[in-house]
Design a protein around this ligand. Structure first.
Ligand SMILES: [Zn+2]
Length: 399
């Protein structure tokens, strides 16, 4: 049996009764909305599936005429759009079981297979269970930096973290592959928590999926295109990279902007529902924007509401957001919401800030950190200057 991690009552800043009332008010929202699901929710997801398919067919058809540059550009745009819709608003949400109540096999969270390197089965474990249960808990939520980036000052620093802005850039371009490989848990094998045999059993379906994805976009479709093969290959590569960039940016804006907390692991067998909700809110952030932005982000622009109610059809997050915000205000809980560019600046600044070694304990006064390092400490001067830049950036973002 898995033990739950939670924030303590002291950290919550609420009494036991307040946490219970806080949880009950949020439960009431869920109960009301889930009882109202119906034709409009069904229409939304079916229409999205139809549009994503139309965009994919049109995009791939245009790429077959890809030797003509305007057709190539339009083909890449449409294929990227279809991949983003399929990945964010359809795949992620269907895999959460948001549309299981429709009883449509093609929209069932237990059987849906998506156009993304991770297998759906692996995603249901790593995302639906691990990430959504242990959101932003250091050492438990494997999505904190995906095993590559240091994303909290409380995490131990290693010199290998110094170039992490570069790692993050590479991770952004290759996001679906980075996640698929990270989910194999090589680190657990190195730690002795997983045997090589378990790794092999885990890796087999993942490698099959990776091969199928590679063959589809980089062999079968290009070969079908004859002389347009190089254009189709480049078009598919561009669409996949653009989708990776978009998914990376949306996900990092959901959990790592300024003000979003990461948590130490505590164990509480009797975690209150209100405490669980509180941790989800404090570990998530929303991005404001127009409706098209919400749809393209899979409504992860409402990461707070998604983490409260992961199995609620995502478009409903927009209508409950003001209610959730009002409940947060009533109980003195910070509700993190800002424009996409602002949240993005905060998340990127965190990547830069956490690349630097932690500031030494207060043995020096505050101004000494800004003094030029005495010669010949060029390396130290470089680190100090980077840290000062990161601090300025962070202050700028927070202001
Ligand atoms: Zn999710």
């Amino acid at each position: 049996m898995h033990r739950k991690a939670t924030i303590t009552q002291t950290q919550a800043g609420m009494t036991h009764e307040e946490l219970q009332a806080f949880g009950a008010e949020l439960d009431a929202i869920r109960k009301r909305v889930m009882s109202q699901l119906g034709a409009e929710d069904a229409r939304h997801i079916r229409e999205l599936v139809r549009r994503a398919r139309l965009a994919e067919v049109s995009g791939r058809a245009l790429l077959f005429a890809g030797l003509f540059p305007p057709a190539w550009g339009a083909g890449v745009a449409l294929l990227t759009l279809s991949k983003i819709l399929e990945n964010m608003e359809i795949g992620h949400n269907v895999l959460h079981g948001q549309y299981d109540w429709l009883n449509e096999p093609s929209l069932n969270g237990a059987t849906y297979e998506w156009d993304w390197a991770c297998t759906s089965a692996g995603w249901r474990h790593s995302h639906n269970y691990v990430h959504h249960t242990f959101t932003n808990i250091r050492g438990k939520d494997r999505d904190i930096g995906y095993g590559l980036l240091r994303m909290a000052e409380e995490q131990p620093w290693h010199p290998a973290h110094a170039p992490q802005p570069l790692y993050a850039f590479i991770q952004m371009l290759t996001f679906e592959w980075a996640i698929a490989l990270h989910d194999l848990e090589f680190d657990a094998v190195l730690n002795g928590d997983k045997t090589l045999r378990q790794l092999r059993d885990h890796a087999r379906p993942v490698l099959r999926k990776l091969a199928a994805q590679l063959l589809k976009d980089y062999a079968w479709f290009p070969l079908l295109g004859g002389p347009a093969a190089p254009a189709i290959f480049a078009g598919n590569l561009s669409a996949n990279v653009l989708r990776n960039v978009w998914a990376f940016l949306v996900i990092f804006c959901g959990h790592f902007p300024d003000g979003v907390e990461t948590f130490e692991s505590h164990v509480d067998e009797n975690e209150l529902r209100g405490a669980w909700y509180l941790r989800q809110i404090r570990g998530s952030a929303n991005c404001t924007g127009p409706r098209w932005f919400h749809v393209l982000s899979g409504h992860l622009s409402h990461q707070v509401e998604h983490h409260l109610f992961p199995d609620m059809p995502a478009p409903r997050y927009v209508e409950i957001a003001s209610e959730v915000q009002a409940i947060c205000a009533k109980y003195g809980v910070a509700y993190n919401s800002a424009s996409f560019p602002r949240q993005l600046r905060g998340a990127m600044a965190r990547i830069v800030r956490c690349a630097l070694p932690p500031a030494k304990p207060a043995t020096t006064d505050a101004t000494s950190a800004r003094r030029p390092a005495p010669r010949p400490g060029l390396a130290r001067a470089g680190v100090a200057s980077l840290r000062a830049r990161a601090q300025r950036l962070s202050l700028h973002v927070a202001s």
